[in-house]
Design a protein around this ligand. Structure first.
Ligand SMILES: Nc1ncnc2c1ncn2[C@@H]1O[C@H](COP(=O)(O)OP(=O)(O)O)[C@@H](O)[C@H]1O
Ligand SMILES: [Mg+2]
Length: 409
């Protein structure tokens, strides 16, 4: 189903529910559904051709007004917990604050339907298989899981050096099971006011529930734990607790789950221990920098649609970029392509293909940040007596040897 159709049918469902709740006097529930209606219409507007956008946004606003109207009335029963009733004296002021928070959260909730698939990601075959087992197959073959009594899911924590495919994997996981991808940075959800960040998390899960299938991706999950010694600790702890509670709620809904949770970090040693030990993230998967085969594949993928000199040997390029991050290799390809492009534009030279010399230069000029990352990782982990949690990372760090650049000089 097209994303647009899906959003439309979600809207229709919420609209029906809203009317039902409203008619039976369940104002709080009705309000939640009206808010969702407003959100869906806004999303629909974004997905629609420009000439239809205005109307949809107008309607979205109407639904918001209805929802706000329900709040203004002296509503006593709040079951959903999204928006608790306000004390009367500060009602107006606070309501507008809440509007702002809600708007911001809505803006932060990027609901996408990614196109990227596992085949577009070089290497990481075993990781892909683990993600499939935990996330993709349970969506596609729920009856098999039931038959064998295997409970699917549980969150997955992806950790490893920057630029090696964590975000890509999460997006592709969503595409593989035809789920929407809700991508959030913890730093975006965090709010300096006590209690607000928790509400944001709650709202994120609320939104995910309104889709038939969703992958919730919490990026920079390390940002959820503050400095362990800081005075913020209590505050941060309740944020972690809220996330765990919301993940539990996913499990306990008797119906088949519709949302699965992935998290990622470049700084696994800073991830809150409660989160790691909670059992909710029952696999932690190390995403290493690409091996020779994967590096060759990344060159292949990045150069597929570019004019490359026949003399360029991808194995050689893979050799020369030992120890580089995947994203850095993608950048090297861009830089190499820009050399003949500039010659053409600035010096009006004849068009030519990208040569071995261009790649040499691009690699020479681009160094990798991974040596520093691995050094830091080893230092942090070895001083934390949590070495048992990071065996894969420690092994990779010890074996890590970047390409010796002197060979090009
Ligand atoms: N395994 C991979 N195969 C192909 N390209 C990759 C791979 N990993 C990273 N990239 C490239 O690097 C970019 C950044 O990757 P990303 O998934 O955001 O890294 P991370 O989340 O681990 O920091 C991607 O958009 C992609 O262009
Ligand atoms: Mg990322």
């Amino acid at each position: 189903m097209e994303l647009r159709d899906e959003v439309r049918s979600q809207f229709e469902r919420s609209h029906k529910l809203a009317k039902k709740y409203y008619d039976s006097g369940k104002t709080a529930k009705a309000r939640v559904e009206y808010l969702k209606c407003s959100g869906f219409l806004k999303h629909l507007a974004e997905l629609s051709p420009p000439e239809r956008r205005g109307k949809l946004l107008e309607r979205s606003k109407k639904f918001r007004e209805i929802a706000d109207g329900l709040q203004d009335g002296s509503v006593k029963v709040y079951t959903s917990g999204i928006l608790p009733p306000e004390p009367t004296e500060t009602k107006r002021e606070r309501a507008s604050d809440e509007d702002k928070t809600r708007d911001r959260v809505k803006e932060l909730i990027m609901v996408e339907k990614p196109k990227i698939r596992f085949k577009d990601i070089a290497g990481l075959d075993e990781v892909k298989e683990r993600i499939k087992e935990a996330i993709v197959y349970p969506f596609i073959y729920p009856e098999e899981y039931k038959y064998f009594g295997v409970s699917p899911g549980g969150g997955i924590l992806l950790y490893g050096p920057p630029g090696c495919g964590k975000t890509m994997l999460a997006a592709a996981a969503a595409a593989e099971c035809d789920a929407v991808f809700i991508n959030l940075k913890i730093s975006d959800i965090k709010d300096k006011y006590v209690g607000e960040s928790e509400k944001n998390i709650k709202q994120v899960f609320e939104v995910s529930r309104s889709y038939e299938r969703a992958i919730l991706f919490f990026d920079e999950i390390d940002a959820m734990a503050g400095e362990r010694s800081s005075s913020q600790q209590g505050h941060e702890r309740s944020l972690v607790n809220e996330l765990l509670a919301q993940m539990d709620a996913l499990e306990s809904k008797g119906s088949p789950r519709n949302s699965l949770v992935l998290a990622a970090t470049n700084q696994p040693w800073s991830v809150d221990l409660a989160l790691r030990r909670s059992g909710r993230f029952d696999s932690s998967v190390f995403i290493p920098n690409p091996d020779a085969r994967a590096r060759k594949k990344i060159f292949e993928l990045s150069l597929k649609e570019r004019p490359v000199d026949k003399a360029v040997k991808l194995e050689k390029l893979a050799d020369m970029t030992k120890g580089y991050a995947s994203a850095e290799i993608v950048e090297i390809c861009d830089r190499a392509a820009k050399i003949p492009l500039r010659e053409r534009l600035r010096e009006h030279k004849k068009r030519r293909t990208i040569s071995t010399g261009d790649f040499d230069q691009a690699i020479r000029e681009k160094s990798t940040v991974l040596p520093a990352w691995y050094a830091r990782a080893l230092k942090e982990i070895q001083s934390s007596d949590e070495t048992d949690m990071f065996l894969d990372l420690i092994k990779a760090a010890k074996e890590y040897t970047p390409s010796d650049k002197r060979q090009f000089e």
